[in-house]
Write a protein that binds this ligand. Sequence first.
Ligand code: ADP
Length: 373
Amino acid sequence: MAKVELKGISKVYDGNTRAVDNANIVVEDKEFVVFVGPSGCGKSTTLRMVAGLEDITEGELYIDGELMNDVPPKDRNIAMVFQNYALYPHMTVYENMAFGLRIKKVPKDEINRRVHEAARILDIEKFLDRKPKALSGGQRQRVAVGRAIVRNPKVFLFDEPLSNLDAKLRVQMRAELSDLHLRLNATMIYVTHDQVEAMTMANKIVVMKDGKVQQTGSPLYLYNHPINKFVAGFIGSPPMNFLTVKVTEKDGSVVLDEGSFQVKPVQEHQSYLKKYAGKDIYFGIRPEDLNFTESSADENRMGVKITVVEPLGADIHLWLTTPTQPLVARTEPHHAFKVGDTAGFVPRMDKARYFDRETELSILAELDAAAEK
Ligand code: ADP
C-alpha cells in the first residue's frame, strides 16, 4: 500500500516566491499520477516536497496516512529518478545500482539478487560491467530507473526523466515506463511539461499553473471537460481553438455570432449560454471537431480561408482564418486543400466548449461536474 496525500501544501521560497499554493492532491495506491504544466508552474517543487528534498512551508504530507513533513528523505521509502540521471561516472552500472543498498548495509547476496532482478526487468543485464559513459542516453535512463527499482520503494518519483532523450527514444521510453508501472504494480508520480507524456502515461493528471492546481482527473476527462480556458488550451495538440463570439437569441434559441458566420449550440448547452445573452464569450472547438464540407447549405457552416497546409501523412493540419480570427483544423487528406482557397467547415457542436471572457472558467461547469472523472 502506498497512498500519497497532499493537504493544503504550499511552498514559499526566500520568504516571498510562492512556488506552490495550497495544493490538494491525492495519489491513490498503485496509481500513475502526472503533474503537468508550463515551466515554472511549481511541478518540481511539489515533487521535491514529497521526496523531502524541500521543506514544506504550509500544509501536510501523508504517505499511507502517516504525517511525513518532518521525516527525513531516507526514511520516506521513496525513490526518485532525475532528468540528468545522476549516475556516478566512475562506477559500473552494477555498482551504481548497488550503491544505495550497500549504504543501507543490505547483505551482499540480497544486493546481487535485487540488482540482477532489476537489470532483467529493464533488459540491461549485458551492461552491468560497463561505466555510464559507455551507454546511450536511453540505457543510462534505464540504469537510473534500475537504481530506483532495487530499493523496492513505496513510491517512485520521476522528474522530467525523458527530456534529455531524442524524440524517437522518448516515445519508446514512455511505453517502457507505462509497462513498468503495470509490472511493478507501484505508486508513481511523474513530472513533465509535455502534455503528450501526461495524456499517454497517466491514470490521473494534475494540471498546474502559477503554483496552483487547476484541475485533476483522468486524461480523457480533462480533454473532454476542461475546467477553464487554460486547461482546454494546454491539453491537446494542436490546441483547442478559441473564437470570440457574441451570444445572441434567434427564435427562442441561442445562436453564436462570430461576425462572419453563426453557429447554433446543441440543446443540452442552450440554457447555460442563455445567461450570457448580449455578451461575448469564447467558443472553444478542437481542431479534429471541425469537419470539412463541400456543401454551402450546411447549417453552422463556417467559411474560412486556408493560410497554411501541413500534410502529416495520416492527416492534415490546416491553418485557417475568418476575416478576423485564426483557427486550426485537423482533417483526413481526402481533399486537395490549397493555400488561399476558401473552404467550409462544420463544427461538431456536441463537442464544443464555452468559456467566460472574464474568469475564463467553463460555462458548462455544471454539466462537466456530472460527467465521469
Ligand atoms: P517547474 O518544475 O514547474 O518548472 P519549479 O517547481 O521548478 O517549476 O519552480 C516553481 C517556481 O519556484 C519558479 O518560479 C522558480 O523560479 C521558483 N524556484 C524554484 N526553485 C527555487 C529556489 N531554490 N529558490 C527560489 N525560487 C525557486
